[in-house]
Design a protein around this ligand. Structure first.
Ligand code: SAH
Ligand code: DHB
Ligand code: MG
Length: 222
């Protein structure tokens, strides 16, 4: 079993299950042309976000980490009429590419890109009395996953679903000795999560075109 198989199976599944989308393809292409890193969610994970947004009945979504808005477009499309999405991005060039991609995809009217450090933006959202959000996608700097999760809880209500990307990172998650700040960030998040009384949470390993990784998913109960 190899990465080639994982990618081939992803191609097979995406080719059969997902409707073609020139706008999503264009979002990836313009991101590549602008030299953004190729780290957007895979198409079948984008569709997983779509299904989860629909299943949770979300009308408001908070995304932490926009990049070129590929995952943003998937979630924005899944929102009902009148639904809103706020996405947080620190790098101005990423936000510029994202804005153009959102406009091309016809979802710019539903989406606000907040520029700047996501921790500051989340404190700002709290100060403004924004939210609570129905669905949260955490996918920015992995070092800050725990603070993002804690702040997300403050911006949640009972019923909110919180999805955390890149939890497993090729299995490095279980390396107790790691000096990698991103892995340490994920370990802190996982270690804390079990003591968090307000959520039901699990995590699942994944393989595919993006290698071996995994996600956590939490349901806010109180
Ligand atoms: N969700 C996107 C991928 C996001 S990649 C998708 O699947 O399509 C992570 C993004 O988080 C990058 O664009 C990076 O610039 C941004 N980021 C990293 N640290 C950040 C911070 N402290 N505040 C806000 N954004 C940050
Ligand atoms: C990286 C970040 C991501 O959000 C991802 O899904 C894959 C890789 C990274 O920073 O390497
Ligand atoms: Mg990610």
């Amino acid at each position: 079993m190899s990465h080639t198989t994982w990618s081939d199976v992803d191609s097979y599944l995406c080719g059969r299950l997902l409707a073609p989308s020139p706008e999503l393809d264009a979002a990836l292409q313009s991101s590549a042309e602008a030299s953004l890193p190729a780290i957007a969610v895979a198409p079948n994970q984008g569709k997983l976000l779509d299904v989860l947004v629909r299943a949770s009945g979300a009308r408001s979504v908070l995304e932490i980490g926009t990049l070129g808005a590929y995952s943003t477009i998937w979630m924005a499309r899944a929102l009902p009429k009148g639904g809103r999405l706020i996405t947080l991005e620190a790098v101005a060039k990423h936000a510029d590419v994202a804005q153009a991609n959102l406009e091309r995809a016809g979802v710019a009217d539903k989406v606000e890109i907040r520029r700047g450090n996501a921790l500051e933006s989340m404190h700002q959202l709290l100060d403004e009395g924004a939210g609570p959000f129905d669905f949260v996608f955490i996918d920015a700097d992995k070092e800050n996953t725990l603070p993002y999760f804690t702040l997300s809880l403050q911006l949640s209500h009972p019923g909110t679903v919180i999805f955390v990307d890149n939890v497993v990172r090729n299995g490095s998650l279980i390396d107790e000795e790691t000096n990698d700040a991103q892995v340490r960030g994920m370990r802190e998040f996982v270690d804390h999560a079990r003591s968090e009384r307000r959520v039901e949470i699990t995590a699942v390993q994944t393989v595919g075109s993006k290698g071996y990784d995994g996600f956590a998913i939490a349901y806010v109960t109180a």
